[in-house]
Ligand binder design. Sequence first.
Ligand SMILES: [Zn+2]
Length: 87
Amino acid sequence: MNFRTVYKVHSALTYGGIFMMIAGVFASQLDLGDIVYFLEGCGFTVAVIGVVFGKIFYKCPYCKSRLKLTESNPDYCPKCGKKLKDL
Ligand SMILES: [Zn+2]
């Protein structure tokens, strides 16, 4: 899997999970019952999976060192210095 694809999956899971937790907060305000626990529980789980997924698989394709999750689109690998921009 391409490191950019990994980043997209990581972002989708992490932000999707956070979005579900926020939806859970609104659901609790509206007194929607059990769906609140579902949204909070699933949202938290999905967000954690997203972060762990990124931590494990977001790597430089050359030297396999981990890239920073705060940098979505690095031009160069901070470790080996190879160009990642046009990959
Ligand atoms: Zn590298």
